[in-house]
Design a protein around this ligand. Structure first.
Ligand SMILES: Nc1ncnc2c1ncn2[C@@H]1O[C@H](COP(=O)(O)OP(=O)(O)OP(=O)(O)O)[C@@H](O)[C@H]1O
Ligand SMILES: Cc1ncsc1CCO
Ligand SMILES: [Mg+2]
Length: 288
């Protein structure tokens, strides 16, 4: 017969759950360092430097390759692809479509960052087309996920920044995940990750990350590196990538004087993360 404590749900052990996530995050980070997955990034001009340095600091191998003429040769050799529409142009959209198509054909996971998706019809149509090319993960800030999920034209959006909280976007993220088949990830004080059913929260990070341009772009690239290691467990790998990046920022914040020095110290901290710090400080939990 079931014990009374189990019927009441007292068999759950939160510390054990935390420990499992910390160990998983460490295993994935170690594997990234050992295997150095090649991440092809088709990204915006603002983010290229931070993104490439964040990938390198984590142990991955970044390649900012975006010419349409190189996609056929290069994309099938990559371990994961990142497509970010931050500085979208007519010239680059065909490269994005070709890379997404080549990645899906090669069984290579790819991640979409729909920066400022609601800023124009061009961006919205481009992002909707890319969602149809089967990304493994869609990562955006709350406004972007709300905008993409409803696919309506929100004209009051403030450029590339978010005017919503991640928890406001949980239902939108779940419905986008169900519609697209992708894991959907919403960044914020709590990073929310969902497959449309389960919802996981990654709680590491510091608010000042929002004062450094392209931290969201960089964490999306880190997600690409992590899912390259374990494609069948994309939800788990996405949550771990968020927490590893957030943890690096927490450590960096101890030394930083403001956004510019936080940028430097978080890259240093990401490079230097050790097993004890990761297993004891990664803070991930199931929301539902
Ligand atoms: N209030 C917060 N507290 C802690 N961490 C946060 C907070 N807000 C955002 N973050 C972290 O900052 C990073 C960037 O998230 P943000 O939501 O600012 O992305 P974004 O708007 O797409 O950024 P960008 O477009 O500049 O790349 C993520 O890793 C996220 O976890
Ligand atoms: C500021 C900015 N503008 C286009 S992309 C980008 C970087 C953050 O997404
Ligand atoms: Mg962004």
């Amino acid at each position: 017969m079931m014990e009374a404590s189990k019927r009441r749900g007292e068999d759950r052990d939160p510390p054990k759950v935390e420990a499992r996530w910390g160990r998983r995050a460490w295993e994935l980070l170690e594997a990234v360092r050992r295997r150095a997955p090649l991440v092809q990034c088709i990204t915006n001009f603002v983010s290229m430097d931070l993104m490439a340095n964040a990938l390198l600091a984590a142990g991955a191998s970044p390649a900012m390759v975006h010419s349409l003429s190189e996609i056929d040769d290069f994309t099938p050799r990559a371990d994961a692809i990142l497509i970010n529409v931050g500085t979208l142009s007519d010239g680059w959209l065909p490269s994005m479509r070709a890379a997404a198509t080549a990645a899906t054909r090669a069984g290579c996971p790819w991640v979409l960052d729909p920066v400022a998706v609601s800023a124009s019809d061009f961006r919205l149509e481009a992002c909707l087309g890319l969602v149809g090319l089967r990304p493994a993960v869609i990562r955006g800030n709350p406004s972007e996920i709300l905008g993409l999920s409803s696919a309506c034209r929100i004209r009051d959006s403030k450029g590339a920044d978010s005017s919503h909280e991640s928890m406001d976007a949980v239902e939108a993220a779940k419905s986008l995940a169900q519609a697209s088949g992708a894991i959907v990830a919403v960044s914020g004080a709590v990073d929310v990750i969902t497959d449309g059913q389960q919802v996981v929260g990654a709680n590491n990070g510091v608010a000042m990350m929002q004062k450094i341009t392209a931290t969201g772009c960089a964490v999306t690239a880190l997600i690409a590196a992590f899912i390259a290691i374990d494609p069948p467990n994309t939800l788990e790998a996405t949550a771990c990538a968020f927490s590893i990046f957030g943890l690096a920022a927490e450590l960096g914040m101890d030394m930083a004087k403001g956004p510019a020095s936080l940028r430097m110290h978080m890259i240093d901290s990401l490079h230097g993360l050790d097993e004890h710090t990761v297993t004891s400080r990664v803070n991930i939990s199931f929301i539902t």
